[in-house]
Write a protein that binds this ligand. Sequence first.
Ligand SMILES: [Zn+2]
Length: 60
Amino acid sequence: MVKSISCSDVGIDCDWYAAAKTEGELMVMVENHAKVHGYFEIPNELLLKIKSAIRDEVVE
Ligand SMILES: [Zn+2]
């Protein structure tokens, strides 16, 4: 099982996708990628959106 997120999940027109074993790891990737969209610090509102969009994915 991995945690995954994509930009389109939070309504951003971008094909970026990330998956990680833990939510903490995933959030580091999200924070790094957010810079691409000009978010050097992720606003709380967007953070909540991201957290609710994180999915559990079953990996074979
Ligand atoms: Zn993106």
